[in-house]
Design a protein around this ligand. Sequence first.
Ligand code: UTP
Length: 454
Amino acid sequence: MSMLEERLREIGQDHIADLVKIGSPLISLKRLEQDLQEIDSKTLVDLIKGKGMFTPPKGEIEPPEVIPAAFAVTQDARVSRDRGETLITQGKVAVVMVAGGQGSRLGLGGPKGELEISPVKKKSLFQLHSEKILALERRYNVEIPFLIMTSRANDTETRRFFEYNAFFGLDRDNVHFFVQGMIPSITKEGKLVISRDGGLFMNPDGHGGTLDALAKSGLLKMIGDRGVDLVFYFQVDNPLIKMCDPLFIGLHAEKGAQMSSKVVEKRGFDEKVGVIAKVDGRTRVIEYSDLGEEYMYLEDIDGRPVYRAGSIAIHVLDRKFIEDIVLKQTNLPYHKAIKSIPTIDQDGRPVEIMGIKFEKFIFDALPFAERSLTLEVKREEEFAPVKNKTGEDSVESAIILQNRLFRSWLERAGSMVEDDVKVEISPLFALDVEDLLSRASEVPSRISQDLYIE
Ligand code: UTP
């Protein structure tokens, strides 16, 4: 019996072992071996047996402590912001962008980061994010390591895109790609599924895979060697990201937090978004589907949802906290989803079956933090996710939101922007409204046609 066949039998996958034994053309030994190498036997058996799965928290749920968005304009905020700026200037901060997802709701073939998203110049998400980092490097006269998580399906294309675009002006030595892990799907009966290329059907292991992938790639050590203490984490699909927000970083450091989160106020009781709450004294995200109605519809004295701190997947994590999680092999739980899985039938014909896909979520690291900070920000200033083809959270809505924000900055700088005109400000001209106000004299007093300011 070959080693491959033996391993498959050991983990109860005789249906594939039999195909290996007879040398079935439905199987590619190379692919199968490569796929099985991705995952250790214990994790695989756990998955099949349903161990290590996420279970909704059962403890006492309490509202979280949240720093309100209004704090940003106070005198105290200035002190925290200064602290954040100092940390950035000292090279203590690295950026991690996760871009390994499949963008299935958008039906994308390639990386989401290539989507043309800015209102006038149609810059890609990758370009916008890179230019924000470049602008910060110039502002603080520092090099900021930019770590980009990809996955098997989009790694080559992502690297090619950056190469082709000369890293959007960044020093290529500061841009590091790392590939996240893959995880096999199973049937409802706990059987691995053969993919159409003769291996196993697998998907990227979720943004919760970031921590392991950072360690495995050696990049966690690399940033440690460079003196980085903090990681600014964000997701590729938000063009309004306030990159390395100094206020957020400063507050995190002042509190001695290990993992911090940004939130926006939920639009209403029913908005389908995970909320930050405290469970048994630890801060965590409770997904919409896990928040019982008694909490979801709980009102405060102003009639607003008590649990209104909607998570927007922007975090600061201590490098040491990540190291701890990885070293102690604190496995983040897997979340299950029943999804359609492309496979082949016994005659090799393509078919779709309903099976179980697994994913880990980054926010499941939160309850491991002894200290955590939650900062509320204004949705219209910092959050325009691109998830769907049309309507809410689409390219179209993200363009409208960016345009609206730039327009508001220009109006504050004294410019009159005519209706139906699109405006865009390069991050290299002004990263935020304060930057723009300091350059107000360079801005036209009246804007009557689409304008890109660089
Ligand atoms: P989403 O969960 O919205 O997934 O990821 P997605 O791939 O963008 O879109 P759908 O759900 O397939 O339609 C949020 C962020 O997390 C990243 C994505 O690239 C996106 O930036 N992500 C998600 C990963 O990096 N790896 C994963 O395995 C999943």
